[in-house]
Design a protein around this ligand. Structure first.
Ligand code: BES
Ligand code: MN
Ligand code: ZN
Length: 492
């Protein structure tokens, strides 16, 4: 799929299908009116006849286009003009992409943004169109399976006023990059754990590095991790036959002297809970417990597509959490790479155990900021549901940058506190800390645990347990929080 920006006279554009918005009560915007004129009033005719009224979601395909150099007109109801905000705009782009998916048209021209989207200038309108279109076109296939035949639609053109053309071009580049990154995340997330193992993630990292000169990949095996003293990470993989891996991806898009942003993604390719075994209901969804890692891969992919001039390092500690005779048992005490000891009271609180060693390792990159991303706690789903992710940070500035990025990218987060009071819940009689803090404030105590390993850097933690995937009938990875993270990087 290719995206292009078109400017000029709206009624002079040659295309297979022109997508024109109709506002509530059959009102046309300025662009719609000029198209209507050259189409021999074919739009006015169907409005008058009541075939379409402009209610959100309505669609009508016109084959009579008069002197308009468009073969078809797809009228799209977009509702009340004042309500036509970014969220509604996204919905409409999705619906149009779906509508055109099976059609033989090789190109489309969208006039949806030209008549105005609230809170979206030329850049944002183009970016949302490209991002949403790419996201909507996603289809899952098992690794190695035959790819579905390519759709007829090859080019999506987006019409904007000439004064917005430059910004809009940037918008489609960033939007297509973000969409591609999100789909990469979704592929990794949706791929079941019998395919998507730590070694499979290593393969993905290597092939990403082959595609881009600025990216180098390095992988630590269990012996390397042992040498580094990553006793906490290794305790999680103790019960699994699949070897644990530690993936390091370094993208150098700016001068070497520029400190990198480090993103750390939780890569539990399946979380059974270990000896503290999870109940069976919906346990299949624990294949998504590597969504933090998948989002980090997605961000890297987007950064490559966009060609961002930044330095980005992605760290992925990855393993399975399995019960077996060699598995870590409740009460076991392990020593983390930082030297701090941890009493493992619940083997299902494994995410923080792999992240803490990765966070210690992250500090050797002299990072400008460290952001970890993890499906860390069920408590976060209880607290914030599936709309906003949890955000915790030891830096107000970094927290604000990430919250703002989420607002601007429609990928929302909400900050939770990390007061000493909560940290006290991690006290252990036998080690420097326990790996759980009791039932109260489970998301926050998990954050407090990680904070103990990030004292010397600006650090933020995103708990994406509620937002990274959907369950039930619409089961699947969402691609979040790739949008928020890329937005943050774009703003740097
Ligand atoms: N991967 C889970 C968190 C999770 C739960 C993600 C539900 C998505 C949906 C994590 O490893 C876990 O099991 N956390 C425990 C922590 C508890 C033992 C302190 C949890 O949330 O129950
Ligand atoms: Mn767990
Ligand atoms: Zn987990």
């Amino acid at each position: 799929m290719r995206f292009q920006i078109k400017t000029g006279k709206p009624e002079k554009q040659r295309c297979k299908v022109a997508v024109v918005p109709v506002f509530d009560s059959g009102v046309l915007g300025a662009v719609g009116k000029s198209i209507d004129k050259l189409s021999g009033k074919s739009i006015s005719a169907v409005l008058k006849a009541g075939d379409i009224s402009g209610k959100q979601g309505e669609m009508l395909l016109l084959t009579e286009t008069g002197d308009l150099p468009a073969s078809r007109i797809l009228l799209v109801g977009v509702g009340k003009r004042d309500d036509f905000d970014r969220i509604e705009y996204r919905k409409i782009i999705r619906a149009v992409a779906m509508k055109l998916a099976g059609k033989p048209y090789t190109d489309a021209l969208l006039y949806l943004a030209a008549d105005g989207v609230a809170n979206a200038g030329g850049y944002r309108a183009a970016r949302i169109a490209a991002e949403t279109w790419v996201h909507q076109s996603y289809k899952f296939a098992l690794p190695g399976a035959k790819k579905a035949p390519a759709p007829a639609l090859k080019t999506v053109n987006i019409f904007v006023d000439a004064k917005h053309a430059k910004a809009a071009k940037q918008g489609i580049r960033d939007g297509a990059g973000v969409g591609t990154g999100m789909n990469f995340m979704r592929d990794l997330g949706n791929t079941p754990s019998n395919y998507c193992t730590p070694s499979y993630l290593v393969k993905q990292a290597r092939s990403l590095a082959r595609s881009e000169k600025k990216l180098t990949t390095q992988v630590l095996n269990e012996a390397d991790m042992k040498k580094l003293g990553m006793g906490s990470l290794l305790s999680v993989t103790a019960g699994s036959a699949e070897p644990a891996k530690f993936i390091i991806m370094q993208y150098q898009g700016a001068a070497k002297s520029q400190r990198p942003v480090v993103i750390v993604g939780k890569g539990i390719t399946f979380d059974t809970g270990g000896i503290s075994l999870k109940p069976p209901a919906a346990m299949d969804e624990m294949k998504y417990d590597m969504s933090g890692a998948a989002s980090a891969f997605g961000v890297m992919r987007a950064v490559i597509e966009i060609g961002l001039k930044i330095n980005l390092t992605v760290l992925v500690p990855t393993c399975e959490n399995m019960p077996s005779s060699t598995a870590t048992k409740p009460g076991d005490i392990v020593t983390s790479m930082s030297g701090q000891t941890i009493e493992i009271l619940n083997t299902d609180a494994e995410g923080r155990l792999i992240l803490c060693d990765a966070l210690t390792y992250a500090q050797r990159f002299n990072p400008a900021a460290v952001i970890d991303v993890a499906t860390l706690t069920g408590a976060c789903v209880i607290a914030l549901g599936k709309y906003r992710m949890g955000l915790m940070a030891n830096s107000d500035e970094l927290a604000k940058q990430l919250l703002d990025a989420g607002e601007n990218a429609d990928d929302l987060a909400w900050r939770l506190p990390l007061d000493k009071h909560y940290d006290n819940q991690l006290k252990s009689n036998f080690a420097d800390m326990a790996n759980i803090g009791g039932r109260d404030a489970g998301t926050i105590t998990a954050g407090c645990f990680l904070a103990r390993f990030t004292k010397d850097v600006d650090w933020a933690h995103l708990d994406i347990a509620g937002v990274a995937y959907q369950g039930g009938a619409r089961k699947g990875s969402t691609g979040r929080p790739v949008q928020l993270l890329v937005e943050y990087l774009l703003n740097r």
